[in-house]
Design a protein around this ligand. Structure first.
Ligand SMILES: O=C(O)C(=O)C[C@H](O)[C@H](O)COP(=O)(O)O
Length: 327
């Protein structure tokens, strides 16, 4: 079985029912979510042995987070502290023409002081098949920027596949700050995952999505470059040896989905991609890309951030893009 370690913040996720406003709601749906645990949960539900590492307050709120993550079969590796807060965020689901709004309440959360030792002591992190984090983690504090850099470097030096989703969040930092940090982190990343819109906003890329993938392949020594395109699907460029070999480009349209809740789609795509990509000895980009896309489509039909799906359901989406009734 393949093994994946992810590290980052998981928050409490509070949201009024669709059609209700944060200002006036009297009830909130109460869940937990965070890019790195979302990825671990999607991968775990699809057969990968996943561990999520983080730092949390030793309180009912922190324990709520670990309980929920564990309930999806993910191992948790948590540095507990008495001194800090549990991050939370509020989501007001939009509907045409009102956009979805996210309000963070995550300043000074426990994870902001996490050192590499906090996140990995006692964890066989260098023996995992892959390590994943996202651009959200270094955006949270200077300490986390340092920790992220150290952990990606250590994983890279140990030959672990490093996976990094740029995941730009404008409410956490500016494009210039994100660019300075992420371009340096990308030096140690084997699988960069970048939304085409983030490549334009943060990395200031101007070409087509395919040109963006090729420019990233030229600039960094990556194994596979993934450019996500929202409703258009995703591209993956399996890097060539550079010697007249430009690599192989795969273009995966999004599978149609009726959207109940769009939040968590990107993370579910990554979890699905990694579960399939890391399985077995042969790393098949094309198959993994379809798997990621199908996982993302299934997630859109579910409330919350999490891809609570089975491998059979994912296969069925791929095999029968028309859906249908399972009798
Ligand atoms: O914003 C953050 O800081 C979070 O970590 C929580 C988000 O709910 C997920 O990252 C979902 O992101 P998508 O999968 O791209 O929809």
């Amino acid at each position: 079985m393949s093994t994946l370690v992810t590290f980052g913040e998981t928050m409490l996720r509070l949201s009024p029912t669709a059609g209700d406003r944060i200002e006036t709601a009297t009830q909130l749906d109460f869940r937990t979510a965070g890019a790195e645990s979302n990825v671990a949960i999607a991968a775990s539900n699809l057969g990968c042995e996943a561990t999520w590492a983080s730092k949390l307050p030793d309180s009912p709120l922190g324990r709520r987070v670990t309980r929920e993550v564990r309930s999806h079969g993910v191992e948790t590796h948590v540095a507990w502290t008495d001194e800090a807060r549990q991050g939370a965020y509020y989501i007001e689901q939009g509907s045409q023409p009102r956009s979805t709004d996210v309000i963070y309440d995550r300043a000074d959360a426990a994870i902001t002081t996490a050192t590499p030792a906090d996140l990995t002591d006692g964890l066989e992190f260098e023996r995992a098949d892959a390590v994943y984090t996202s651009g959200i983690t270094p955006a949270l504090s200077d300490q986390l920027e340092e920790t992220t850099e150290t952990l990606l470097e250590r994983a890279n030096a140990a030959g672990v596949t490093t996976v990094f989703d740029l995941n730009y969040r404008s409410k956490l930092w500016s494009p210039a700050e994100a660019k300075a940090c992420c371009t340096s982190l990308l030096e140690t990343v084997d699988i960069p995952i970048i939304a085409a819109r983030d490549a334009r906003t943060v990395l200031k890329q101007t070409g087509s999505d395919e040109e963006i993938a090729r420019e990233i392949a030229e600039a960094y020594d990556a194994e596979v470059i993934i450019i996500t395109q929202g409703e258009d699907g995703a591209l993956a460029l399996e890097a060539g040896d550079g010697d007249g070999d430009d690599g192989i480009l795969y273009d995966q349209p999004a599978y149609p989905a009726e959207t109940v809740d769009a939040i968590g789609t990107g993370d579910s795509f990554v979890g699905g991609f990694l579960a399939r990509y890391l399985e077995g000895d042969e790393r098949n980009v094309e198959r993994a890309l379809a798997y990621g896309s199908a996982t993302a489509a299934l997630k859109r039909t579910l409330e919350g951030d999490l891809a609570v799906v089975t491998p059979e359901e994912v296969e069925a989406v791929i095999d029968d893009a028309d859906g249908g009734i399972a009798r």
